[in-house]
Write a protein that binds this ligand. Structure first.
Ligand code: ATP
Length: 233
């Protein structure tokens, strides 16, 4: 069943148009990847879906309901979460960051969900009273993921989870996301790192603010366009 549907979406920054008629769908339970080089428009697309940028033309629907004219907080209330490249508050403890992700939940519910998350992220459990600033880059990214997962979003939008991470940490993030996906999450990830293609059911190759190609993971892996852009062939 279609969870998110975009038709002919246009967006940009004031007079500078970046997206030119994006059609995209994410089905419930699916992991969909947005591939594309620097400046292709991936971040702009995620920011338009969550409502941080206006959708100047076209439509965005969540569970069949139009959301393009709603402010971001109402889109969040309807179950969309956005994890930006930054993700965590360094001066707050790990526990406080996670609690912030579930600010609208009762404390008993946050405790229940945190316990599950600490199972998924044992490195965070060991240090929950330490400030996020004490974590390594990879662990901070894990905390960013835990902070957004605590809200149990219907749809999680992730912007470049690999940014700033050494390859060994990228691997860890991919593995944690694989576990979270097994738990039934729906994910739309913008990434330049092809390691994340392994998680995806389907994907879109974005180029110059347009969908250049869409297909299943296998189709993307076999595509010349993806190979040219990502595998340097
Ligand atoms: P990256 O991996 O570099 O973030 P991306 O695919 O996410 O790439 P976007 O960040 O969406 O690309 O950028 C798309 C275009 O929008 C680029 O030409 C970029 O220069 C422009 N852009 C991004 N942010 C702004 C902004 N705040 N104001 C004006 N133009 C912007």
């Amino acid at each position: 069943m279609t969870l998110l549907s975009l038709q002919g979406v246009e967006s940009g920054y004031g007079p500078m148009q970046v997206l030119w008629g994006i059609d995209l769908e994410v089905n419930r339970g699916e992991t969909v990847i947005l591939l594309g080089a620097n400046s292709a428009g991936k971040t702009t697309l995620l920011r338009t879906i969550i409502g941080l940028l206006p959708c100047t033309k076209g439509s965005i629907a969540l569970e069949g309901e139009p959301i393009a004219s709603l402010p971001p907080d109402q889109r969040i209330r309807r179950g969309i979460a956005f994890m930006s490249e930054l993700g965590v508050f360094p001066s707050l403890t790990i526990e406080e960051n996670i609690r912030l992700g579930g600010y609208f939940l009762s404390s008993s519910e946050v405790r229940r969900r945190s316990a599950r998350l600490y199972d998924l992220f044992p490195a965070l459990a060991e240090r929950k009273r330490e400030p996020a600033s004490s974590l390594s880059g990879g662990q901070r990214k894990m905390l960013g993921i835990a902070k957004v997962l605590v809200s149990e979003p219907k749809l999680l939008l992730m912007d470049e989870p690999s940014s700033g991470l050494a390859p060994v940490f990228v691997k860890q993030v991919v593995e944690v996301l694989r576990k979270a996906i097994t738990g039934g999450m729906t994910l739309l990830i913008a990434e330049q790192n092809v390691a994340f293609l392994a998680l995806a059911d389907r994907g879109y190759l974005i180029d110059g603010g347009r969908v250049r190609l869409t297909g299943t993971r296998a189709e993307l892996e076999a595509s010349d366009a993806v190979h040219e852009a990502y595998f340097g062939l």
